[in-house]
Design a binder for this molecule. Structure first.
Ligand code: FAD
Length: 517
């Protein structure tokens, strides 16, 4: 197994095995991340068998598949709305090895992104390897005497219309299931008494739905701002409630800014400063939670299931005793570590930290009170399962350029599987990831920002490229991204009128319709 070599410094005849024993990798999801994973797995047939890509829906594209749903429909993957145009120019968005149609403007309608992903799929002949209408329902590591590290996996999937799920074994699992599908809704006292309409931006589709409404939007991330702007000509009035530093722009006619909503009565929403807003619709633009139901706690690792069936108690070895047998994927391993029961933590300070922070880590509910994080395992370098490095999560990071980041993460993970890029031991990765979590929280930052890279994304992508030995992203991406963000923060109405042109790996220019050149 190629990873044996990575983890044990070549004690086995790994390379020889690798030649004859190509790795079988499961890819969960055929959105941009899963397609990118499949494209690179297919490009290395000496090491990898053709991947199996599982896709719940009947088509590729994930988020970029627009469907007109009813607001009451609960199982809807995509948050795409009818008029969405990208908030990044296509020159930044594209994968480094596949370009958008150059005749398109920089900021394109969502249907063009879907078309691009379909072309990408066909160009790299990915389609034959996708199992459409097939959902992964359970993923479990196959543990031998509690070892962790280079475990293989059992993946159960269910194809629409078939009577039984199928369970198959894989050497590695790439989770590419997205994280913009399960809305985060903050707890607002009195909201249950509010008589108006409540909606999350996930279910928003077009502005005509709110003709003559008095609409309040909570949250001014990209969706909050965009939806407020497109509602303005239709709604009676629009109030955009936001926290933190004042926005740098003057809102257009019909949009008012206000502090966050912190309470509600039957007809009013109460802002942090006591202002009461009369409203008949509240749209939560409050983001999403990580949600990977196939990693939920009912999915016990195999050896525990087998032991239970035989009436035995499963025993594991190693410095995180029993953690691995309880469940996979969520944060039990971390809980064990944080609660001080593992050898990794010793000091009193750390014990106090653990006691203080154990609750949300132990929380089995999907909702983590006022954090909005949802469940995600501890990830090494925002990517690799810290205890089971044969599992990775492509694209768990936030505030990034998604497609190029997927490209870097995929190439890094495949280099790890190939044995080209050694990882520290699982315990070391767990320790480092835990340190990172601790530092993050000690800065007073919310848990949900743990994988928010923002300005750190360039260094991160470069580190992945340098460590795994592939070509880094061209510096012009950073230049264009920062320019675009500056324009957007100054004028979220007009920034999409600019055209970005890449001149070289370092240089670009930006042209506006009014001011050519
Ligand atoms: P997704 O696109 O969500 O794909 C995940 C796929 O996994 C889906 O097809 C889903 O059906 C499948 N899946 C999930 N669970 C299972 C399972 N158990 N079994 C099998 N299949 C499963 N990015 C930009 O670069 N520019 C933009 O302008 C931009 N605008 C955005 C606007 C909105 C409203 C949103 C929500 C996101 C936007 N993004 C934008 C970010 C966008 O999410 C990423 O660009 C990218 O599409 C994410 O790809 P993904 O593959 O990680 O996830």
């Amino acid at each position: 197994h190629a990873l044996d070599q990575t983890l044990t410094n070549g004690q086995s005849n790994t390379m020889e095995k690798m030649t004859y024993n190509r790795l079988r990798v499961a890819v969960i999801g055929a959105g941009a991340a899963g397609l990118c994973a499949a494209r690179h797995l297919l490009s290395n047939p000496h090491t990898f068998q053709p991947p199996v890509v599982f896709e719940t829906s009947g088509q590729v594209g994930g988020t970029w598949v627009y469907t007109e749903v009813s607001e009451t429909e609960t199982h809807q993957h995509s948050s795409m709305y009818r008029n969405l145009r990208t908030n990044l120019p296509k020159e930044i968005m594209e994968f480094p090895d596949f370009s958008f149609d150059p005749s398109l403007p920089s900021f394109i309608h969502h249907s063009e992104v879907l078309r691009y992903l379909e072309e990408y799929t066909d160009n790299f002949n990915i389609r034959p390897h996708i199992r459409f209408n097939c959902s992964v329902t359970e993923v479990s590591p196959v543990l031998k005497d509690g070892e962790h590290g280079q475990v293989p996996w059992e993946v159960s999937s269910h194809t629409q219309g078939s009577p039984h799920p199928v369970t198959e074994r894989f050497d590695a699992v790439m989770v590419c299931a997205g994280h913009y599908s399960l809305p985060y809704i903050p707890d607002i006292p009195g909201i249950d008494t509010f008589q108006g309409k409540l909606l999350h931006s996930h279910f928003y589709r077009y502005p005509e739905m709110f003709a003559s409404h008095s609409v309040v939007l909570l949250g001014c991330g990209p969706s909050g701002v965009d939806i407020a702007l497109e509602l303005a000509p239709y709604a009676q009035n629009v109030t955009l409630c936001h926290r933190g530093a004042a926005l740098q722009w003057t809102p257009p006619k019909g949009v008012t800014l206000a502090p966050p909503v912190v309470g509600a009565t039957p007809h009013n929403l109460i802002c942090e400063d006591g202002t009461q807003l009369e409203a008949d619709t509240l749209i939560f633009c409050t983001g999403y939670k990580y949600y990977y139901p196939f990693l939920e706690p009912q999915n016990k690792p195999r050896n525990l299931k087998e032991a239970e069936e035989n009436g035995e108690t499963a025993v594991t070895k190693g410095p995180v005793p029993n953690a691995v047998v309880e469940r996979i994927g969520l944060l039990v391993e971390t809980r064990k570590v944080l609660s001080g029961s593992a050898e990794l933590l010793q000091s009193k300070d750390e014990k106090e930290f653990c006691d203080k922070n154990t609750n949300w880590l132990m929380n089995d509910e999907v909702v983590v009170p006022d954090e909005g994080q949802g469940h995600l395992p501890l990830l090494y370098k925002h990517l690799i399962h810290a205890l089971y490095p044969t599992m990775c999560f492509i694209g768990a990071c936030k505030i990034v350029i998604p497609f190029p980041l997927f490209h870097c993460q995929v190439l890094f993970f495949l280099a790890v599987l190939e044995g080209k890029c050694p990882l520290p031991s699982p315990n070391q990765m767990l320790l480092e990831s835990h340190e990172e979590l601790k530092n993050h929280l000690s800065l007073g930052l919310p848990l949900k920002y743990l994988h928010r890279l923002e300005i750190g994304q360039w260094e991160y992508n470069n580190w992945l490229a340098e460590t795994a030995g592939f070509e880094p992203l061209p510096p012009v991406k950073k230049k264009m991204y920062e320019t675009c963000r500056r324009f957007r923060s100054i004028n979220p109405t007009l920034y999409r009128g600019f055209k970005f042109e890449v001149l070289s790996k370092e240089e670009c220019r930006v042209i506006s319709a009014e001011c050519k050149g």
